[in-house]
Design a protein around this ligand. Structure first.
Ligand SMILES: Nc1ncnc2c1ncn2[C@@H]1O[C@H](COP(=O)(O)OP(=O)(O)OP(=O)(O)O)[C@@H](O)[C@H]1O
Ligand SMILES: [Mg+2]
Length: 255
């Protein structure tokens, strides 16, 4: 299944937040969304996930999700959103029990996602016993358990320190390389965008419009920390972001 965003506009009262967003989210690709603070990234993610109805335009789903998909559009949040009183596997089992899956079938799904996220040995641990990076791996495992057609990730690594972020990026790349997933990945971290994005959508200052889409051909598995090509792309993205942020500041002065 792929998504097509068709001329999305959004307003909150008098304030225009998004304007004319036309975008494809191809199957099996990670699309990163970057843009100045307050330009509407999280709003766009909520619109894609159906949590918010756009004031204009529409999100079209092209094709059907796979038959074992329990929840086509699944969120991963910055703050992990784990239930503290449930173990790692208890947090994962909850979302599949919600879909009526129990017993051996549930066990097989849980074992698979624990293995894929390297959490097998931590199945019985409680969230408070885990580091931030591991908590986010649990949240990723929980999302994978419903086999989503599209994962909606809102700054999933922002709450983590920079070393943990690097490790998690490697984990996400390994996960994608083994079984490609589709994701819309919001971040304000440009290093993250060039490591993980097959394409990077740069939004303008509010109202967020698409300023540029940068496509990166290098396979994810070949992208590493300090890669010169990626750094050049990151510099280009930074130039765009800096211009938008300066223009936004200038508009504040004029207002
Ligand atoms: N439910 C709401 N009601 C009214 N205004 C809102 C609502 N949600 C967001 N906004 C406003 O819409 C604008 C865009 O918000 P949004 O959270 O989408 O931006 P963002 O790009 O995700 O920002 P950040 O980089 O800080 O996460 C902001 O000015 C915000 O204050
Ligand atoms: Mg946001």
């Amino acid at each position: 299944m792929k998504l097509h965003l068709n001329k999305i506009d959004h307003r909150y009262g008098d304030m225009a937040v998004l304007q004319g967003i036309d975008l494809e989210i191809p199957s099996g690709r990670i699309v990163c969304l970057v843009g100045p603070s307050g330009c509407g990234k999280s709003t766009l993610l909520r619109i894609i996930g159906g949590l918010e109805r756009p004031t204009g335009g529409e999100v079209l789903q092209m094709g059907e999700p796979s038959s074992d998909c329990l929840n086509p559009l699944t969120y991963i949040f910055q703050d992990f959103a784990l239930l503290p009183w449930r173990s790692v596997e208890g947090n994962i089992s909850l979302v599949i029990e919600d879909h009526g899956i129990r017993g051996a079938q549930a066990r097989a799904i849980i074992d698979d996602v624990l293995a894929r996220t390297k959490l097998t040995d931590f199945a019985k641990a409680l969230p408070k016993q885990l580091s931030g990076g591991m908590k986010q791996r649990v949240a990723i495992a929980r999302a994978l358990a419903v086999n989503p057609a599209v994962m909606l990730m809102d700054e999933p690594l922002s709450a983590l320190d920079s070393q943990t972020r690097e490790l998690l990026m490697d984990d996400l790349i390994a996960l994608w390389t083994r079984t490609p997933f589709t994701a819309v990945y919001v971040t304000h971290n440009l290093a993250e965008a060039v490591r993980l994005g097959h394409s990077i959508v740069v939004l303008s200052r509010r109202p967020g419009r698409i300023r540029e889409i940068v496509h990166l051909d290098k396979p994810l598995a070949e992208r590493s920390f300090g890669d010169a090509d990626l750094e050049a792309q990151q510099k280009h993205l930074w130039t765009l972001m800096r211009d938008e942020a300066r223009a936004a500041d200038a508009e504040l002065l004029d207002a």
